[in-house]
Design a protein around this ligand. Sequence first.
Ligand code: 6R9
Length: 657
Amino acid sequence: MAPDHESQLENHPPASAPVSPPASFVEQANVADEDIYEEFEENWPECWARAGDLLDWESDYEQVLARDGETRRWFEGGQLNASVNCLDRHVEAGRKNKVAIKWSGRQNGTRSYTYLALKREVEEFAASLRELGVEEDDVVTLYMPMIPELPIAMLACARIGAPHSVVFAGFSADALATRMNSADSEYLVTCDGYYRRGTPVHQKSKADNARLKLDHDVAAAVVVERLGDGTPLGDSEYDYSDLIARHRNATVEPVPRDANDELFLIYTSGTTGEPTGVRHTTGGYLSHVAWTAQSVLDIKPEDTYWCSADIGWITGHSYIVYGPLALGTTSVMYEGTPDYPEKDRVWELIERNAVDVFYTAPTAIRAFMKWGEEYPEKHDLSSLRLLGTVGEPINPRAWRWYHEHIGNGECPVVDTWWQTETGGMMVTTLPGVAEMKPGSAGPPLPGVSAKVVDGTGEPISSNEAGYLVVDRPWPGMPLSMVENEGWFVERNEGYPSLEGFDWVYFSEDAGTVDENGYITVLGRVDDLIDVSGHLFGTADIETAITDTEGVTEAAVVSGPEESDGRGAATVYAYVSTAEGYGEELREDVIEAVSEQVSPLAAPDIIVFTPDLPKTRSGKIMRRMLASVTRGDDLGDTSALRNPEVVGELESAIDSER
Ligand code: 6R9
């Protein structure tokens, strides 16, 4: 989006009619007082003590936000340990028998860890890591699927002050090697393998291949037995259960960490190019995720809460592990896939565990819609009190389906915008305070200053697309921003001028803001299309398409320029449909976009496809679609969750042109 295009931006369709939270929800909400916005504003940054004070500090912080030159340090002077906050303090407060992690495996196996049991195993594994030579500040790489040993290893690292770097289990040996090299990580925890849809995945052999590509030695690797195929262990390799047995009942004194010491490192999900490492702090990050789990997800200690993300992504770190456990609730963990053995697996688990709060992604919701409401209808979902989404823009139709068919019209839906870089939620409604507008994430959280600005950095007027920036520090900000290692994104062409700000972070997302201050996120700035000099957000066009009856998902990219030489791109739409729908939707799609966005934005080419290419974290990979559209070499498709769709797309597109 080049700044000189600003004046030509089309108006964006306003989000659909607001929905108010039911009185019964508001009455019990953790945060129900609308004055909270003003209170935070008047008392910034001290207002953030409300988040910091949710934690137990080994030594109290002296300042909520310390500024020294260009650095901004949250909870300066404070010392704490994340594993104490997630475990010890709940055990000491008489909740040792409360279930911390309730795990469901692939083949109907289940395991539950009480806070006491979890603390014990965390200490036993922390003692094991120490025995293997792990010291404070050594980076430990965790390459495991969704098994309880993953959060156990994370908390064990946290206990001894060793930052963890979780690498998504589905990643290749190359991806693991790149991340271990980049982090200079000499310790690895992995597993022998696991089953995915009934087929064994040999995780250990991927890890072995990665080791061959490292530019340093691995000091020790720990292997959890999950497949049980008798995978042999080599030099400097250790069996997890042997280690635990050897350290049975060990106690490990938690290492006090400074608020701004690193808790973990995580690589961005990488829809584009090289993965970037993001380091998060101990005090600011943990406060931010605990506070947002409490105020936005409305989590109470007595709840059963389920976030269906993978711990390999930031959502799992913040809202399966650290946020919920800091609040002492029961966090459900699910190893399998949502359609195995049946397409009602998610609803069966919600019923079985009587889940109170459920947090998932729009891509999952659109899959549920495609499968049909008969699957949720088979189950009693009345335990649900609140629903949440994260990861991509959610189109109003999917929002309403979720609200109605999963929440029975009675659960508020929080559409939470945030990123790996922000650590925790930034823009969303507080469910006990504000009305929701389907399709729009909502206002920035109290104490968060997020704005939509034009190319010159000026706040933008109602409903025009602009750049989403955050112009005040927030507790969950990464260490690079704490230390002022350039929060300014390098000035690329088409990025806004940020010179007028004292302090600013550009999210690289585009968005609009309405007259009530509700922000609608349109996706990455690269996802804008220039049609004859008019800029459209792909998300707006996609929303119009996916809101058409019969459509499940849509992705829009710009195609080759039209031959009339005006330099205008053609609009390509890739559309997947529910069963029983197909080609006849073509006219409806064009009409929907023409009416809801603009006739200019109506797709020139519509390709119907059974599925869209997705990243491993479930986001639509537009970069890949753009390459398919241009007929470019696709290069490495191993970052895709479903590489098989690429061939199907190539042949579908050939028949369209
Ligand atoms: C938490 C997470 C971040 C990117 C972000 C944006 C998109 C996330 C969204 C959303 C619209 C929402 N995104 N939440 N877009 N509405 N509620 O997903 O982190 O993997 O780093 O992705 O995801 O484009 O910039 P991460």
